[in-house]
Design a protein around this ligand. Structure first.
Ligand code: CDP
Ligand code: CDP
Length: 225
């Protein structure tokens, strides 16, 4: 396998991006980069500091003072915000339900995209998000756009929450996912969109293994091996 290519995986919430991206990265011995975690970390900081998430000036002010590191570890990628491990905290519903407000601010996107491009500089990465194929890595060698019906995506999140021992409500989850998709797809800057050269995979009726195998096939085809 040709080394150090860049694999971009985009798609709506709970389509299975991070799950398959991690496995693909493992199989290729590549680094996995979860760009959503960066927007989540900034959202957490704003919530903790009582910064109005829709006040671009206020959010922009704290950006240069905000350090976000993504560290690979045995337990999966660890997210370090200003030297504190926030890997669990960034997954709370408070953060999840507010992150799209932060992610639609153009100054936030500009800065995050710059940081993500630096992380991807040497290649050998699988990066997932919403705008990786369209804005962050427009020249990525492989671009995947993952889809699944909103019912299936809500069901998956529901199963995930129940298996962790949390209370959950399928209908509420469905509404929250649809609301986030709407903001992400309709925002002015770098909306969630399939890149013209991305390959679409609808995983509604596919297992994780089936999606991973499909992506590995595409990778092999693209790099000519
Ligand atoms: O894993 P899940 O689909 O719940 O979301 P995520 O990947 O952690 O992303 C959280 C939010 O960050 C998304 O709903 C987007 O608002 C934003 N995001 C983005 O705008 N651009 C990216 N490249 C990644 C995430
Ligand atoms: O990263 P994203 O928000 O797109 O989704 P995820 O967190 O990777 O996947 C959401 C849930 O769906 C996880 O619990 C996965 O195990 C599950 N999943 C699945 O059941 N079947 C797939 N083909 C892909 C993911």
């Amino acid at each position: 396998m040709k080394n150090n290519i860049r694999i971009a995986i985009d798609g709506p919430a709970a389509a299975g991006k991070s799950t398959v991206a991690k496995v693909v990265a493992e199989r290729l011995s590549y680094i996995y980069i979860d760009t959503g975690a960066m927007y989540r970390a900034l959202t957490l900081k704003c919530l903790n500091e009582n910064i109005d998430l829709e006040n671009e000036l206020e959010v922009t002010k704290i950006l240069p003072k905000t350090s976000i590191q993504l560290l690979p570890s045995e337990k999966g990628q660890q997210v370090i915000l200003d030297n504190k491990n926030v890997s669990e905290e960034i997954r709370t519903s408070k953060v999840t339900n507010n992150v799209s407000l932060i992610a639609k601010l153009s100054s936030v996107r500009d800065e995050m995209v710059k940081r993500q491009q630096i992380l991807a500089e040497d290649g050998g990465i699988v990066m997932d998000g919403r705008d990786i194929g369209t804005h962050v890595l427009p020249n990525a060698e492989v671009k995947i756009f993952m889809l699944a019906s909103v019912e299936e995506r809500a069901r998956r999140r529901y199963e995930e929450e129940i298996s962790k021992g949390y209370d959950s409500n399928l209908e509420v989850l469905k509404e929250e996912i649809a609301a986030r998709d709407k903001i992400d797809s309709e925002r002015e800057f770098a909306p969630l969109r399939k890149a013209s050269d991305a390959i679409e995979i609808d995983s509604t009726h596919l297992s994780i293994d089936e999606v991973v195998n499909r992506i590995m096939e595409i990778v092999r085809e693209r790099v000519g091996q």
